[in-house]
Design a protein around this ligand. Structure first.
Ligand SMILES: Cc1cc2nc3c(=O)[nH]c(=O)nc-3n(C[C@H](O)[C@H](O)[C@H](O)COP(=O)(O)OP(=O)(O)OC[C@H]3O[C@@H](n4cnc5c(N)ncnc54)[C@H](O)[C@@H]3O)c2cc1C
Length: 281
């Protein structure tokens, strides 16, 4: 049976998952946190579910998907790689294999520090697990946005001298002393990366940046974008064969009903794609 990985468990992801289950696919939803819908105090414009709190509506979507046999996993998708047969997705510390992938990650705005984009893979890394060993014993900076990266922090501090910077104020992992200053920019200088903070500059062999969200072009570098939105066609196909997108990640208007509709369209297109590939048997 074909396996579809849906990244994001909001309205778009849950809607797609239901239809894909009806079409006979195995479906996993990977989610890194609450959906935008859960933040809505009250939703008045969703048909059939009047005056409902967003959190209740999300719960009803999730419960329905679970009853349909969708597997939910918690974790942040960090990298999608195309393989000979399908895709491998790095999620937290795990690799998940899939025949097709649906991006349903919501609004994809990820704050960055100046110069970061140009140095990805050349002194800036988003993955301590993937790249940490390359810098074993060498001075690195770890820029964290929140306290959810315990394993990465433990791993990196066990193999490298690490300066820990807070991109936003948060509770520190036990045993960690923060370096002074909020990071504002990175630039290359010879073999090193200079990290600028509000307090000055310091050179490192690598700057690891860990945030609870991943820019789409980091997740899948060949993905074509329309500004902040993933470019899709009428079947929600992206520029990468086998990767589809639905919901707020494809642009506005940012509405639950639109996300659900796009999730459904994407699911039908994925089922067709898998049938054509001969995978959905
Ligand atoms: C305060 C507020 C009020 C709103 N009110 C209304 C309203 O009244 N009516 C209406 O129609 N709409 C409303 N909306 C908009 C509506 O909630 C969104 O349009 C809808 O939730 C979009 O669904 P989605 O599935 O595309 O994305 P989301 O609901 O944002 O879900 C995205 C999911 O993807 C996960 N994710 C993101 N990146 C990754 C990653 N790399 N790896 C794993 N998981 C990841 C997130 O954790 C999240 O669970 C409101 C939104 C807000 C914030």
């Amino acid at each position: 049976m074909a396996h579809v990985l849906i990244i994001g468990g909001g309205p778009a992801g849950c809607s797609a998952a239901l239809t894909l289950r009806l079409r006979g696919a195995e479906v996993t939803i990977l989610r890194s946190g609450p959906s935008a819908l859960e933040k809505a105090k009250r939703v008045d414009n969703y048909p059939g579910l009047p005056e409902m709190a967003g959190s209740d509506m999300q719960k009803s979507f999730t419960d329905q998907a679970e009853r349909a046999g969708v597997v939910f996993r918690n974790g942040l998708a960090r990298l999608i790689q195309k393989t000979r047969r399908g895709f491998t997705v790095l999620a937290g510390e795990d690799m998940i294999k899939a025949d097709a992938v649906l991006l349903a990650t919501g609004i994809g705005r990820v704050a960055r520090i100046r110069g970061e984009d140009a140095l990805v893979g050349q002194g800036v890394s988003y993955c301590a697990t993937c790249d940490g060993m390359l810098y074993r014993g060498r001075p690195v900076a770890l820029v964290c946005q929140d306290s959810s990266f315990r394993e990465d922090v433990d791993f990196l501090t066990s193999i490298c001298p690490v300066d820990y910077y807070m991109e936003k104020p948060h509770e520190l992992p036990a045993g960690v002393t923060p370096a002074a200053g909020r990071p504002t920019a990175v630039r290359a200088e010879g073999e090193q990366v200079i990290l600028t903070t509000e307090d000055g500059e310091k050179a490192y062999d690598c700057v690891f940046i860990l945030r609870p969200a991943v820019a789409m072009t980091t997740l899948l570098p060949r993905l074509e974008m329309n500004g902040e939105a993933v470019r899709v066609d009428e079947k929600m196909r992206t520029s990468v064969e086998g990767v589809f997108a639905a919901g707020d990640i494809t642009g506005g208007p940012y509405q639950a009903a639109r996300a659900v509709g796009q999730g459904n369209t994407a699911a039908l297109a994925i089922a067709q794609y898998l049938n054509e590939k001969g995978e959905n048997k």
